[in-house]
Design a protein. Sequence first.
Length: 254
Amino acid sequence: MTKEEIIKPENLVYKKPTLMNDNAMHYCPGCSHGVVHKLIAEVIEEMGMEDKTVGISPVGCAVFAYNYLDIDWQEAAHGRAPAVATAVKRLWPDRLVFTYQGDGDLACIGTAETIHALNRGENITIIFINNAIYGMTGGQMAPTTLVGMKSSTCPYGRDVELHGYPLKMTEIAAQLEGTAYVTRQSVQSVPAIRKAKKAIRKAFENSMNGKGSNLVEIVSTCSSGWKMTPEKSNKWMEEHMFPFYPLGDLKDKE
Ligand SMILES: Cc1ncc(C[n+]2csc(CCOP(=O)(O)OP(=O)(O)O)c2C)c(N)n1
Ligand code: SF4
């Protein structure tokens, strides 16, 4: 096929979501953030919510999410995204409101905001990128760091005696009365990416249908923080993260 034939609209099988602009992403090669951004853009477009979506961006590597997706954004202070999302959704009930947060943002400094927004049943979606480390600030231990996993602040591995156990925020969320849909997904393979997209769509639809709070955890890699190649990171995640953070729906009120 010639290049001209390939770019004919009838031969097009894939294109970048129109909501994703041409800004070059600052994420490291192999980082899960870029894939999840794309899924969010696709779902918003498919729902026809391009002009009615407000994303609440975090502090962490995804702090610049607003540079890549052409929707309305509000930046929140570290961990406070669910509180900001609560205000935005209550003021604008017709908007699709979601937060986008890493595990340091959501499960450490923002634990209280996360639990209370979910428990209140705010009609929002929380997208939770769990790469088990503080990516942006140099790979420090996070609440979700696995037992034995090395980080810059636990170079001999997380030790339960010293650092306690990893926090399973998604399991906690599933116990809360206010949550409608709670799921754990990943984006390391094409089938996983498809499932994650379906989960985001369901969560966004619930948010618009007044069903309550929704949490979509994406078990992710951080090749820079983990000091591994992107390929090895994916394998390591499958071998070590998935047994502790098993994938699948934890709660679906339907
Ligand atoms: C109030 C406050 N405390 C601490 C920081 C420093 N800080 C910036 S990003 C970050 C951790 C981010 O980790 P995570 O949420 O897991 O996201 P990732 O970078 O891994 O995507 C920290 C502690 C800050 N910016 N503001
Ligand atoms: S440091 Fe980790 S989370 Fe941050 S962009 Fe790089 S791979 Fe992604």
